[in-house]
Design a protein around this ligand. Structure first.
Ligand code: ADP
Length: 250
């Protein structure tokens, strides 16, 4: 996935949020987006699956290419896009349904399976890959809301991977979790990148350095620097990045 000259404004153009962002999301890599609050990380993340479409007065300019096709082209089907680019939110948001039905939701609405056996298989595989199967296999019919916060977030990841997207977007996926649940999700991100491209917004620099291959530093709506994570943290090119990483602002 590639962003070309992406600019976003809110309030019908009165408020510029991000400007001329050019960024490649590497295949089967983790890209972390860091930067002070309000610098446009979430705005950019939401562009990648056209979540901003639902925000009145929000305007997106530029192109975002997925497999060479501009997702902002007129012929882009939104339902199809959402099956290619999945999203995991800050707070786990399971549906008020059973564990099984949460994971079954995507494959059902996208018509990915024909039989109950196939659906069962997708659900087991998705829960396994999300590292949750052993904890829930005997209670798939129970409400997802009865799980712990960390388990709910892994369920939301299972729900996302059940539709076999190419890219998974994660907006501060651990901000509502304790350190143990956070560690489990970080391990999971490391495993998931074997199969998916992942973009993660995080406020935790240690998390960015642990989970990502590349890091993008945003500042006041501009992409200041993007590079291998080790390089960004150990030898950043820009003073703004160095100051942020050094804790001088943010
Ligand atoms: P970050 O994720 O880095 O904290 P955001 O993308 O949330 O940054 O915000 C970038 C800028 O866009 C901020 O100035 C914020 O106030 C503004 N913004 C975000 N969402 C909206 C909205 N729905 N309406 C108006 N302004 C918004």
């Amino acid at each position: 996935m590639t962003a070309r000259d992406v600019s976003v404004s809110y309030e019908n153009g009165a408020k510029s949020a991000i400007r001329n962002i050019n960024l490649d999301i590497g295949e089967k890599q983790v890209l972390a987006m860091i930067g002070p609050s309000g610098c446009g990380k979430s705005t950019f993340l939401r562009c990648l699956n056209r979540m901003n479409d639902t925000v009145p007065g929000c305007e997106v300019k530029g192109e975002i290419l997925l497999d060479g096709h501009n997702i902002y082209a007129k012929d882009q089907e939104i339902v199809e896009l959402r099956s290619q680019v999945g999203m995991v939110f800050q707070r786990p948001n399971p549906f008020p349904k059973s564990i099984y039905d949460n994971v079954a939701y995507g494959p059902r609405i996208h018509g990915l399976v024909d039989t109950k056996d196939e659906l069962d298989e997708v659900i087991e595989q998705s829960l396994r890959r999300a590292g949750l199967w052993e904890e829930v296999k005997t209670r798939l019919d129970q409400p997802a809301t009865g799980l712990s916060g960390g388990q709910q977030q892994r369920l939301c990841i299972a729900r996302t991977i059940a539709i076999a997207p190419e890219v998974i977007l994660m907006d501060e996926p651990c901000s509502a979790l304790d350190p143990i649940a956070t560690g489990i999700i970080e391990d999971l991100i490391n495993e998931l990148k074997e199969n998916f491209s992942i973009v993660i917004v995080t406020h935790s620099m240690s998390q960015a350095s642990r989970v990502s291959d590349r890091t993008a530093y945003f500042h006041l709506g501009d992409l200041v620097e993007v590079n291998e994570t080790k390089k960004v943290f150990e030898d950043p090119e820009h003073k703004l990045t160095r100051d942020y990483i050094g804790g001088r602002f943010g």
